[in-house]
Design a binder for this molecule. Structure first.
Ligand SMILES: Cc1cc2nc3c(=O)[nH]c(=O)nc-3n(C[C@H](O)[C@H](O)[C@H](O)COP(=O)(O)OP(=O)(O)OC[C@H]3O[C@@H](n4cnc5c(N)ncnc54)[C@H](O)[C@@H]3O)c2cc1C
Length: 364
């Protein structure tokens, strides 16, 4: 989010400094272990659908600017037990905004993607123009674009303090003090470290993903789509095997809370790290339940309603907050950069961001 906003601000000619505790892309935040799904027929209403479509346009613009391939239109197949999730809620908003979707029953899914063993009664929604983003490559591309547009960048520099005053905002790091007219904080899973200056209802959660060996080529990229899977036993998402790296799968629900500063247990520390993923694959895609090829640990930053926070600080209008992306934010990073730049430059955004307002929480 920060790199995207930094690019957009610098491109508009604003004097911009990016400060990061590490050197993005890195494996200590929420963006590593690519890829990430990009879907447009979004749950949560028209505001999300419109943002997803704008985000897609901006990823293509970034591809053009940097010459990097960032988005693969693999299609995304959403499958669910109807007792867990029904796709009807997504259809009206998506159709109204021109998103192509196909509703499929279990037999149609099994015949089109023979690797999927979906029980009768499950429902499906296929979005042919959806796909996945190479997230680390995307962060690196925005970083390069931001630097080329004139932004400054301080890496391995932890912001320790943020103090607004009448003239703007003072930002402290271990070795320096900076003064800015306005500040955007997009601290991912580390917002808690900025308390008591800002106390947001964000819970950071340890998440794992695994890459599994597949049989034949039916799960390969170019053949198999990205997917989501809603079962009574949990919600999963995944990606085809890219360059023989194995089918990637993760579980969206569950996960152990992580407090910034604590050590993060490596993949495999808990039996369910591999166990949950393997159980879902064995039941629904047995041909992809082969050897575990690799695993990664990442972080979600969850708000209570899983909607984002994009708003000004309740007491300091020169401080903008973008966080709580709740495990589904990456696809929006391109448009969040534009929204943040609009809020900083003009005080308003063309996107409907009412859903992301802090007023929905009772904040101290
Ligand atoms: C396993 C997994 C799967 C996911 N799958 C999807 C998906 O399929 N589709 C999707 O759209 N999204 C997905 N997401 C969510 C998405 O990746 C995140 O929402 C997104 O990366 C959040 O971006 P961010 O900029 O808020 O956080 P980050 O990318 O973590 O960036 C935050 C940055 O802030 C820096 N920072 C924090 N505190 C300080 C400080 N005090 N001083 C200086 N720097 C600081 C950190 O170093 C970090 O670089 C997934 C996430 C995970 C973990």
């Amino acid at each position: 989010m920060g790199m995207s906003a930094g690019y957009e601000l610098a491109r508009r000619g604003l004097k911009t400094l990016l400060i990061d505790a590490f050197d993005p892309p890195h494996a200590l935040g929420s963006h590593h272990g690519e890829p990430r799904l990009i879907r447009h027929a979004y749950h949560g209403g028209a505001a999300y659908v419109s943002m997803a479509l704008r985000a897609d346009e901006r990823w293509l613009e970034l591809e053009k600017l940097t010459g990097e391939k960032l988005l693969e239109r693999s299609g995304v197949l959403n499958m669910s037990d109807p007792d867990v999730y029904s796709y009807d809620v997504r259809l009206d908003d998506a159709a109204a905004l021109g998103v192509t979707i196909e509703l499929l029953n279990a037999a149609q899914i099994r015949s089109r993607w023979p690797g999927v063993r979906l029980p009768d009664g499950f429902e499906g929604m296929y979005e042919p123009n959806a796909g996945y983003l190479y997230s680390e490559r995307g962060v690196a591309a925005y970083k390069r674009a931001a630097l080329e547009a004139g932004a400054g960048l301080l890496t391995n520099t932890f912001v320790t303090d943020i103090v607004p005053d009448a003239g703007g905002v003072t930002v402290r790091t271990k070795d320096n003090i900076f003064h800015a007219g306005k500040v955007l904080i997009s601290a991912g899973a580390w917002f808690k470290r900025l308390e008591p200056f800002i106390s947001l209802p964000i819970r950071s959660v340890r998440k794992v993903v695994g890459w599994f060996e597949t049989e034949g080529n039916g799960f390969d990229s170019g053949v198999f789509p990205g997917f989501t899977l809603g079962t009574k036993d949990g919600g999963y998402y995944g990606f085809p095997s890219i360059d023989g790296k194995g089918l990637k799968i993760g579980r969206h629900d569950t996960g152990v809370e992580w407090k910034p500063g604590e050590e993060l247990a490596p993949f495999g520390f808990y039996p369910e790290d591999e166990g949950d993923l393997r159980r879902a694959l064995s039941a629904f895609m047995p041909g992809a339940a082969g050897r575990l090829l690799s695993g990664a640990v990442c972080k979600y930053e969850m708000t209570p309603d899983e909607d984002f926070i994009i708003d000004t600080h309740p007491e300091h209008r020169n401080v903008l907050l973008a966080g709580g992306f709740s495990g589904h934010g990456f696809k929006f990073a391109s448009v969040v950069g534009e929204i943040a730049a609009d809020l900083i430059e003009k005080g308003k955004s063309a996107q409907d961001i009412g859903l992301f307002s802090l007023s929905r929480f009772a904040l101290r």
